[in-house]
Every structure is written in C-alpha cells, then in structure tokens.
Design a protein around this ligand. Structure first.
Ligand code: FES
Length: 81
C-alpha cells in the first residue's frame, strides 16, 4: 500500500496541485490500483518555493505539471510494484 499525499496549500495550488490530484485520481483508477494507492491532500508542508509538492509514502517530490506527476507516478508507483 502506497500513500500519495498532495499539498493543497495556496502556493502549491497556484502551481497546479489541483490538476495533479485529478491526474493521480485518474491514473490510480486506470492502473486498477484503487485498493493499493491511497490519495490524500495536505496543507502547506513549508516547502512552497520547491513547486507543487507531494509525498509518496514518506518521500518528498515536486511536480510542476501533470507531465511531471505522470513521470513520478510511473517511476515510483508503477515500476516499483
Ligand atoms: S503550499 Fe505546498 S508546501 Fe507550502
């Protein structure tokens, strides 16, 4: 079980975290991983300048577009199954 936590604080929201959450929702569904990957939101993680921030389990990633979120999802979730 993986937990993907996307920051929905105002700085990350401006950098596209809402689209990134929607991307993850769809990607988890498309991969049939609804029972294996939990998607959550969190408020500011005090890393606002780094980009739209997200955690996969305890590891921090930055995604400034849904393309970057896709790369992270493929690398960190799909390839590590
Ligand atoms: S708003 Fe996301 S880290 Fe601050």
């Amino acid at each position: 079980m993986h937990v993907v936590t996307v920051c929905v604080g105002s700085a990350c929201h401006l950098k596209g975290s809402h689209s990134i959450i929607n991307y993850f929702k769809q990607a988890i569904k498309d991969a049939g991983l609804e029972g294996d990957v939990e998607l959550k939101g969190t408020f500011c993680m005090d890393k606002c300048t780094d980009g739209a921030n997200l955690l996969i389990d305890e590891e921090l990633f930055h995604a400034n577009s849904t393309d970057e979120a896709r790369e992270i999802f493929e690398r960190e979730i799909l390839q590590k199954r």
